[in-house]
Design a protein around this ligand. Structure first.
Ligand code: APR
Length: 232
């Protein structure tokens, strides 16, 4: 039975594709206030600003490519029972070839009814029109979890982390809950945790932690090769 690897990613895994993170020096939240563009109130108060913010991010992602970290994570599927749990809303894990991905905070490539969160509509290209409606007649909105909103995929993600024989954490500041608490859902204190992040370690855990203090595009391929070699 192949070992189960769960890879938990944040914005840092896409940084080497040229996509801004949120809290690094040039991060998104340096230039936009969360309250203006990433809360349920914001889309009611200033619909145009919010729709334009996500249109800009969607257009940016469409112009970028998966990097060596996404590709190394996809490669793990050939050798291990692998699942990705991501906080990212880009589709770079999908485009790199990963096939089992849980998006905790939504997806830029999808819109949804503003009345029924389960009524999801794919978007062609990058631009959502301001007045586009969903099949239920309500205004469409980005399929993104705004601050203050529920994280419906959290329970699924926690069960996935619980099933891990190995947990890999790539490129997340662990600043946002409940996502950040996922590292506590490993089934016991023997599950090894690997962290790939150039910043200092910020995980508190009794589990054995290996910190690969590198950019994801460098550290993740190294880690993947090491894990694959350990199978021989
Ligand atoms: N390679 C790997 N990690 C990197 C790189 C890189 N090239 N560059 C930066 N990082 C790391 C940073 O050190 C930091 O730990 O990526 C992390 C980025 O942290 P954040 O910007 O806070 O991104 P993230 O943890 O994904 O944010 C969580 O916050 O705003 C919300 O919903 C949004 O999903 C997001 C959540």
């Amino acid at each position: 039975m192949a070992k189960k690897i769960v890879v938990f990613t944040g914005a840092g895994v896409s940084a080497d594709s040229g996509i801004s993170t949120f809290r690094d020096s040039d991060g998104l939240w340096e230039n936009y206030s969360i309250e203006e563009v990433c809360t349920a109130e914001a889309i009611v108060r200033d619909r145009e600003k919010v729709i334009n913010f996500y249109n800009m991010r969607r257009r940016d992602v469409l112009s970028k490519e998966p990097n060596a970290a996404h590709i190394a994570i996809a490669k793990l599927e050939k050798y291990f029972d692998t699942e990705v749990v991501t906080q990212n809303v880009d589709d770079l894990h999908e485009r790199a070839g990963s096939t089992r991905i849980t998006h905790l905070h939504g997806e830029l490539t999808k819109l949804r009814s503003s009345a029924n969160p389960d009524l999801i509509v794919p978007i062609e290209g990058w631009e959502q029109g301001l007045t586009e409606t969903a099949p239920d007649g309500s205004l469409l909105r980005p399929h993104i979890v705004f601050f203050g909103e529920a994280v419906p995929m959290f329970e699924n993600a926690a069960a996935i982390v619980y099933s891990a024989d190995i947990l890999i954490v790539v490129g997340t500041s662990l600043a946002v809950y409940p996502a950040a608490s996922l590292v506590q859902y490993v089934r016991d204190s023997s599950v090894p945790i690997y962290v790939v992040d150039p910043a200092e370690l910020n995980i508190r855990s009794r589990n054995p932690i290996t910190h690969i203090r590198e950019r994801a595009a460098v550290g993740m391929p190294q880690l993947a090769e090491q894990l694959i070699k350990s199978l021989k």
